[in-house]
Design a protein around this ligand. Structure first.
Ligand SMILES: [Fe+2]
Length: 395
């Protein structure tokens, strides 16, 4: 067995009603909270009011940013950091999906660094991207209202660089949230389109972590369970999410498991995410959908790199039978992937997402500049020509 290590510094509260714990938890991190909430939805659904009410009941002051949009941008983070400092906040609370949680992490991180720094300095290619000598960030509480990204369980935030359209991640052990609340009650009203885009991201986190070079016994256990749960519950959550509490509960748990495997478990994702990030940077598409066009061509290129693992995936996806050899099952994996994407309404091409042939060169540059580590986590090596070929097959 490959040796591995893991730590779980975040306190997790998982299950219906757990958001109420905020009243006891939040005062442990200071007197004034800055809530970073997803634009429009958190207010419209009454979730922002509920969270602010819990904080005020606990005697805290609250400052609010409720204009966090998908794919947070460097310029927005810099503006929000100034707000955090001018308001004299002690900690951040991310409320929403991955963008809100990443914003809370990025603001808490940047507010503690040197005045005048931009978050862009810390992104790939920036003057401080080696993250040497970073100061300890302010505490972060993550309250996830979607089942995707797994950001509540990772040491990463992802920010769009508005100058070159890269979408790199910044990862540091000090960026683990202090507390993460995963309350399926807050997810019941998520519309089907968001449930789909977030839920399919969970599948990619778990599947890619299982197919990663640095997969280990800990990440395998979490990843296989997350895949099983997504296959069983994502369709129900998309079709009847407003009423199917069980589907929401298990998708919420699958999401957190997926976050643990890509973040704390040190397993990470592979070329599918590496290439998907550049698609997001160019087109501003919902993150989860950016990987869908790449998955089948990727598996066609790599299924024979580990027969046993791809065979197992095929069976988990509900394809093949016990009479087939491991080789036959592994070879079937791309087809099984296609079937899963069709079933969840995610069988799309890069063209569907607005990608043009002219974007392939800059997207490829971006993969090697910002996601080389993730790309190299794939079971097979990927040259520049391989990346271009994968993009072209996904058009
Ligand atoms: Fe993702």
């Amino acid at each position: 067995m490959q040796a591995f290590n893991f730590t779980m510094p975040t306190k997790f509260y998982v299950g219906c009603g757990q958001v109420n714990q905020l009243k006891e938890l939040a005062p442990q991190y200071g007197k004034k909270a800055m809530v970073c909430a997803a634009k429009d939805t958190m207010r419209q659904l009454g979730i922002l009011d509920r969270v602010v009410g819990l904080l005020k009941d606990a005697g805290l002051e609250v400052s609010i940013i409720d204009d966090v949009e998908p794919n947070p941008r460097d310029v927005d983070i810099d503006r929000q950091v100034q707000f955090f400092l001018s308001e004299g906040c002690d900690f951040t609370i991310g409320l929403g999906g991955g963008s809100a949680l990443d914003t809370a992490k990025a603001v808490a991180f940047m507010a503690a660094q040197n005045p005048g720094d931009s978050v862009r300095d810390y992104l790939a290619g920036g003057s401080k991207s080696d993250l040497a000598d970073v100061k300890k960030p302010y505490p972060v509480i993550c309250i996830t209202t979607t089942a995707g990204t797994g950001s509540e369980a990772t040491k990463w935030f992802v920010i769009t660089n508005t100058i070159n359209h890269d979408k790199p991640g910044v990862g540091h052990d000090l960026l683990m949230p202090s507390v993460s609340i995963v309350d399926p009650d807050l997810m019941m009203t998520m519309p089907p389109s968001v449930t789909r885009a977030c839920g399919i991201d969970v599948l990619f986190h778990a599947m890619e972590a299982y197919l990663a070079k640095c997969a280990n016994a800990f990440t395998d256990a979490c990843a296989l369970e997350a895949i099983r749960l997504v296959i069983k519950y994502l369709g129900r959550a998309i079709e009847n999410g407003a009423n199917d509490k069980e589907a929401r509960e298990y998708m919420a748990w699958a999401n957190t498991l997926g976050g643990i495997v890509i973040g704390e478990g040190n397993s990470g994702t592979v070329a599918i995410h590496a290439l998907g990030h550049s698609v997001g940077g160019q087109t501003n598409t919902a993150h989860g959908l950016t990987m869908c066009p790449l998955a089948v061509p990727y598996l066609e290129m790599t299924w024979d790199a580990d027969i046993e693992r791809h065979a197992k995936l095929t069976r988990l996806f509900g394809y093949g039978d016990d009479t087939m050899t491991q080789q036959q099952l592994a070879e079937l994996c791309p087809k099984a992937m296609k079937g899963v994407l069709e079933r969840f309404g995610c069988d799309i091409t890069l063209k569907d997402l607005g990608v043009t042939e002219e974007m392939i060169e800059p997207m490829t540059d971006s993969v090697f500049q910002t996601m080389a580590g993730v790309l190299n986590n794939s079971l097979k090596p990927f040259t520049r020509e391989d990346v271009i070929a994968l993009y072209k097959k996904s058009m």
